[in-house]
Design a protein around this ligand. Structure first.
Ligand SMILES: [Zn+2]
Length: 637
């Protein structure tokens, strides 16, 4: 067995210089490889080996640049990372439209390559064609203009959402029902009124807990109209640009172009999927909607339906009244250091790996570093950066440090989250399991020679499935009892976990229907590019959502996913359908059963992007993936 490569040595001082040297050096190496490739005179496997080196240099650059621009405590280092990211993007665009480079790769005879090489080659030519490299010069020029305009308009659309914060002013008595820390943070101004904004830290608690229906309605109208009307025109422009972009390349519209590289394959399969989920969730949605409406009408007999003004508020009322889950009681069982230790021991047991803490210095004292061993051999290194600090990325995500390449480069990844150092919300425990799923995928899929296959290199609409599945372990009483103990050392009671699960299950059909409204909107807007976006939205909401439209509002203007996800909002639910199916292979009464977990590790995770996701899933399940498990989950009361 060839010895595994050693981890990257991180600096102990002068990070800015280190990051600049690393990224500039890698980008120079990549440019040199482009020139070498264009010199020609190499056989098929020689060309593909250099192409792999080039992509590895780019991947390494993007990984370091993106990680340190998001986590480094020193602002100068973060800024240097952003610059490196921009440089790498520029080179990537240049490569994508480099006709001479494309000709070198297109002249490779696939029959002269091994199986992996053939797959990388065919994916590479597809990416080049999608970039438009083989189009006549005037088309390539138009594509450059379109891409630039799309970026500009997209950035402005997102900026208007970020800047489009609105507010209402209410009497202090309106805060009745809100948590004490919220009331404390919202003192009345000189006019004696309290300002409530549409930002999440204000909007979410207010919509969930405020007992004054008129005040909830006033805030909801402002919330649903963020970035309107300015984003209505911008959105229409963006949709028109994307349609032209796709048509110039010979596609029928943006969804067809976008779906081509996803598991779903065809744009036209998106509305079929949306309709299928809508039908599958119909009974569950009706069941829960009736409960919600009945509870609403106890307070407001005059109302005929539930809309966004009442949705969050009455869901919370039901959580308290029907499921009796006390968040304060729950968090007493989730002490951060026990949770972290528990997560490591659960996943070690499940996937047959071992974590050994190493004293390697990182960019901050909060970061814990571990080597990941399999059968005694180091297969990767992970770093857990799990607490908030100033200037750090504010959400939860897995970042690459280096992709693993067999015999050449160790897989290194980082989990970046913002959890408390003391007691955690159970939601955060679920998030930790979810993100750790991405990290394990990154480390386990490191045995390939091709960077194209390394780590989470699978289709975008499959990426979330392994992580969504790992969330199930954070909802299992047997699993939780291995580490979730209170200050007296008592494990979390089984009955409490059951109540938590019941509360979580309520509303899953409603959730599915609302998600399908969003998915239909993202598809139809891109496919039809309608002149009257509001009318289209109202029509789709009436067809797919069970919650009513709030009159004269324009939710799409602040629907940021239209920028980032394009026509692909369906992907989250698509992954969830597959996650439920993958989970069906496990024994619910024994989530640690090793045989199935190891089969899953070897047939799905370890294979990375070396095969299509549908094939990996079929190989693991012994049949193609289907909807039955998802349906059973929806129907389970
Ligand atoms: Zn995820």
């Amino acid at each position: 067995m060839t010895p595994q490569p050693v981890p990257l040595t991180l600096p102990t001082s002068d990070w800015e210089e280190w990051l600049a040297q690393r990224c500039d050096g890698l980008l120079d190496e990549a440019r040199g490889l482009v020139d070498t490739l264009k010199e020609g005179g190499r056989d098929a496997s020689g060309v593909m080996a250099l192409w792999n080196d080039l992509n590895l240099a780019l991947h390494d650059t993007f990984a370091s640049a993106s990680l340190f621009s998001n986590v480094h405590p020193d602002e100068a280092v973060r800024t240097r990372g952003e610059k490196a990211e921009q440089d790498a993007h520029r080179l990537l665009t240049e490569i994508g439209l480099d006709r001479d480079l494309y000709d070198v790769l297109a002249s490779v005879e696939p029959g002269d390559l091994d199986e992996g090489g053939r797959r990388v080659h065919s994916l590479t030519l597809r990416d080049f064609r999608r970039a438009g490299v083989d189009q006549p010069e005037e088309v390539r020029e138009r594509l450059r203009v379109l891409a630039e305009r799309e970026t500009e308009v997209g950035q402005e659309f997102s900026k208007n959402i970020r800047d489009g914060v609105r507010s209402i002013r209410v009497e202090p008595a309106v805060l009745d029902g809100l948590p004490a820390d919220f009331v404390e943070a919202h003192a009345p101004g000189e006019d004696g009124l309290v300002e409530i904004t549409t930002d999440y830290p204000d909007y979410l608690p207010f919509a969930t807990f405020c007992r004054d229906r008129d005040a909830r309605a006033a805030l909801m109208r402002e919330y649903l109209d963020r970035a309107w009307p300015e984003n209505e025109t911008l959105l229409h422009t963006l949709l028109t640009l994307r349609r032209e972009h796709a048509r110039v390349l010979g596609y029928d519209g943006w969804p067809a172009y976008d779906a081509e590289v996803k598991m779903i394959g065809k744009g036209s399969a998106i509305p079929e999927f949306v309709d299928r989920i809508t039908e599958a969730s119909d009974a569950a949605a009706r069941r829960d909607f009736d409960v919600l409406l009945a509870r609403l009408r106890e307070d407001h007999p005059e109302l005929a339906t539930v809309d966004n003004v009442d949705k969050l508020f009455y869901q919370e009322v039901l959580r308290r009244e029907r499921f009796d889950v006390d968040a304060q009681q729950v968090r007493a069982y989730f002490d951060f250091s026990k949770v972290r230790a528990g997560l490591l021991s659960v996943t070690a047991r499940l996937f047959g790996v071992e974590y050994v803490e190493v004293p390697d210095p990182s960019w901050h004292d909060d970061v814990a570093t571990y080597d990941v061993l399999r059968e005694g051999e180091r297969i990767g290194r992970i770093r857990l950066d799990l607490h908030p600090r100033k200037g750090k990325y504010g959400h939860a995500a897995q970042f690459d440090l280096t992709p693993g390449i067999a015999g050449r480069q160790l897989a290194e990844g980082v989990l970046v989250c913002n959890f408390s150092k003391q007691l955690m919300e159970h939601d955060h425990v679920v998030t930790l399991f979810h993100e750790f799923g991405h990290l394990l995928h990154h480390v386990l899929a490191s045995g390939h020679p091709w960077v194209r296959f390394s780590g989470v290199a699978t289709e975008w609409d499959f990426v979330e499935a392994p992580s969504q599945m790992l969330e199930e372990w954070a909802w299992d009483a047997d699993v939780l009892q291995t580490f979730a103990t209170n200050a007296d050392g008592e494990p979390i009671p089984r009955e409490l976990v059951e109540k938590m699960r019941a509360a979580k299950d309520f509303g899953k059909g409603l959730y599915a229907r609302t998600q399908m409204f969003y998915a239909a909107l993202s598809y139809v807007l891109h496919q039809d590019v309608p002149d009257d976006i509001t009318a289209t939205m109202r029509e789709l909401q009436a067809r797919y959502d069970v919650f009513g439209y709030v009159p004269d509002t324009h939710f799409y203007a602040a629907f940021g996913h239209l920028e980032g996800y394009g026509s692909g909002y369906y992907t989250y639910m698509w992954s969830l359908v597959i996650a439920k199916d993958l989970f069906s292979a496990f024994d619910r009464d024994d989530l640690f059963a090793p045989e199935v977990a190891h089969r899953y590790r070897d047939r799905v995770l370890a294979r990375g992007g070396s095969r299509d996701a549908a094939d990996l899933v079929e190989d693991f399940l012994g049949r193609p993936y289907g909807f039955d498990s998802f349906q059973a989950w929806l129907d389970r009361v």
